[in-house]
Design a binder for this molecule. Structure first.
Ligand SMILES: NC(=O)c1ccc[n+]([C@@H]2O[C@H](COP(=O)([O-])OP(=O)(O)OC[C@H]3O[C@@H](n4cnc5c(N)ncnc54)[C@H](O)[C@@H]3O)[C@@H](O)[C@H]2O)c1
Ligand SMILES: O=C(O)[C@H](O)COP(=O)(O)O
Length: 526
């Protein structure tokens, strides 16, 4: 049974695939409510309210995946999760439309004083001349961050006859042209925009993007909107400009600290309109994000591919289908290399040739590294934390694409380099035969890496193979398969044997005492 904790009131309708799965038990509530059994959960589903700190992660030693039913993952300690090997996924596009529409509603409300007019009329006043608004038509909307929400907003703004100036370092001219927006530098956007709206994540670069200095450059009467993350607009910096009348109005759905304090200074200004982080709060968005993360968690628990991992290279289902056979091969190669080369390693070089060069192979290299490190370490290692663990252990690794296929349609070559020795392995996947190891330390060989293996280095002399069979027979060990490789007659040679069951621990020493046998390594659990 896999245990899953669902927090933050994630919509249950969307969680049906998880709730209906008989091998999964879903508990619904807060971390506090289930504090006595946090150690049992393999998956944790959150919105933005639950803070997944390093401390929370420590209390959940079994945790393998955190799923954020929404976009922003700033409530999750990504570094700590990655270090622990916990996969973090989100639901990147489930709430795009809702947040876009909310931003647009905020913009329209802001320029037409709708919230102010509402509360004034409800308090018994009829103040038509105090609430003269501004048209959107013909005005310039400055969008900072042209991702999913920025893009959708730009379409709606163009439909309203607005000009759109965008600042996003990743926006290509081609895309800007297609979207009928002007791609500009940030300073230029400050100069020309009548309304500025931010749609970036909160990062070191975007924190305080609109601050005392940058707001000073904006047009008099500018309207500012933040429906992305509190802190992108510096809240304190707004005050002098609201006081002086430089800013026409501010719309905020998000705050530096949520909820903002009751006496937060910005809440006292009539020109500031606010909502309590409602961007994604629609029935549709909540159903979408819940369904997206439920699918991801279910897939993960069933060892199927996940699409929206934040701390892993992403790939589509189609890409996964292509990569799947090599995934198993790289896992096996990592394990064999680690067990054959027992000494310290400082460099792992992976090369992909043939069909593999058309694929994004980063996930395969991570998989190989995770498998390589797993056999050597006592901690959880997976594709998520393999890079940081390798770095910590002083192991550099890299990958390249090469044209040397050695006649195979696809080929993975790995060299592991230590201070004193090196070890190399080549493998391929052939549809009819499965995964094959085709070369080991320069010796041509052909075996299916499966089960319990014995790797023997020996001198190519008459009787050696027979003696190995004899010793194993005396120990009642049945050989399943045996492959032999050599470079020259009478020179160095290797054997790779496979067995149906585990071998006795001391069998290496017994075999190493046989004449002309140089080295014996057991390779288990491949
Ligand atoms: N209010 C809500 O309820 C709500 C709902 C959904 C999303 N959000 C927030 O909205 C923001 C945008 O969401 P999205 O789905 O569009 O994300 P996205 O990842 O699709 O887009 C973010 C864009 O910001 C750009 N960017 C990053 N750094 C930048 C910088 N320094 N200057 C300019 N552009 C920069 C990126 O290139 C990217 O195009 C996120 O912060 C998200 O958390 C809020
Ligand atoms: O990043 C997001 O998806 C939004 O901020 C929504 O957050 P929520 O799930 O807490 O509404």
């Amino acid at each position: 049974m896999a245990y899953v904790l669902v927090t933050d009131g994630i919509k249950e309708d969307g969680l049906q695939p998880l709730l209906n799965e008989s091998t999964i038990q879903c508990d619904i509530g807060s971390l506090n409510e289930f504090s006595d059994r946090l150690d049992q959960y393999e998956a944790l589903l959150v919105r933005s309210a639950t803070k997944v700190t390093a401390e929370v992660l420590n209390q959940m030693p079994n945790l393998k995946i955190v799923a954020r039913a929404g976009v922003g993952v700033d409530n999750i300690d990504l570094d700590a999760a990655t270090k622990r090997g916990v996969i973090v996924v989100n639901a990147p596009d489930g709430n795009t439309i809702s947040t876009t529409e909310h931003t647009f509603a905020m913009m329209a409300s802001l320029v037409r004083n709708i919230p102010q007019g509402t509360s004034s009329l409800k308090s018994g006043k009829w103040m038509r001349k105090d609430y003269v608004g501004t048209e959107l038509y013909g005005k310039t909307l400055g969008i900072v961050g042209m991702g999913r929400i920025g893009t959708e907003l730009s379409r709606r703004a163009r439909a309203f006859g607005m000009n759109v100036a965008v600042f996003d370092p990743f926006l290509t001219n081609d895309r800007a042209q297609k979207l009928d927006v002007e791609s500009v530098e940030f300073d230029h956007l400050l100069d020309v925009a009548d309304i500025i709206t931010v749609h970036t994540p909160l990062t070191d670069k975007t924190r305080g993007l609109l601050n005392e200095e940058t707001i000073a450059r904006t047009k008099k009467g500018v309207f500012l909107i933040n429906c992305a993350r509190g802190g992108i607009i510096d809240e304190k910096a707004l005050i002098p400009y609201l006081e002086s009348g430089h800013i026409g109005g501010v719309a905020l759905d998000v705050f530096e600290s949520e909820p903002p304090e009751h006496n937060h200074p910005l809440l006292g200004y009539d020109q500031v309109i606010v909502t309590p982080h409602l961007g994604a709060s629609t029935k549709e968005a909540q159903l979408n994000v819940a369904a997206q993360v439920a699918d991801e968690v279910l897939y993960f628990l069933q060892d199927k591919p996940i699409r929206n991992a934040i701390n892993l290279p992403g790939f589509s289902k189609e890409e996964y289908e292509k990569i799947k056979p090599y995934y198993e091969l790289t896992r096996k190669m990592g394990s064999i290399l680690s067990q054959c080369m027992k000494s310290a390693v400082n460099l792992v070089e992976v090369s992909y040739a043939g069909k593999l060069t058309e694929l994004d192979t980063a996930i395969l290299t991570r998989n190989l590294m995770a498998s390589f490190l797993k056999s050597r370490l006592d901690t959880t290692v997976n594709e998520v934390n393999a890079p940081s663990i390798a770095r910590e252990r002083g192991i550099t690794y890299g990958e390249k694409h090469s044209s040397e296929t050695h006649g195979y349609s696809n080929l993975i070559s790995v060299t592991v380099q230590g201070d004193k020795e090196a070890f190399s392995l080549q493998g391929t996947y052939i549809k009819e035969y499965g995964d094959r190891i085709t070369q080991l330390n320069g010796f041509d060989i052909d075996f299916h890496p499966q089960g319990h293996l014995l790797y023997i280095q020996h001198n190519d002399r008459p009787g050696v193979i027979g003696n190995v069979g004899k010793v194993l027979g005396e120990h009642e060990i049945n050989i399943a398969t045996m492959q032999v490789g050599r470079k020259t007659a009478g020179g160095e040679a290797i054997m790779m044997l496979s067995f149906d069951s585990e071998l006795p621990k001391n069998i290496e020493e017994t075999l190493e005492s046989v004449q002309d046998i140089v080295k014996v390594e057991q390779i288990g659990g491949v």
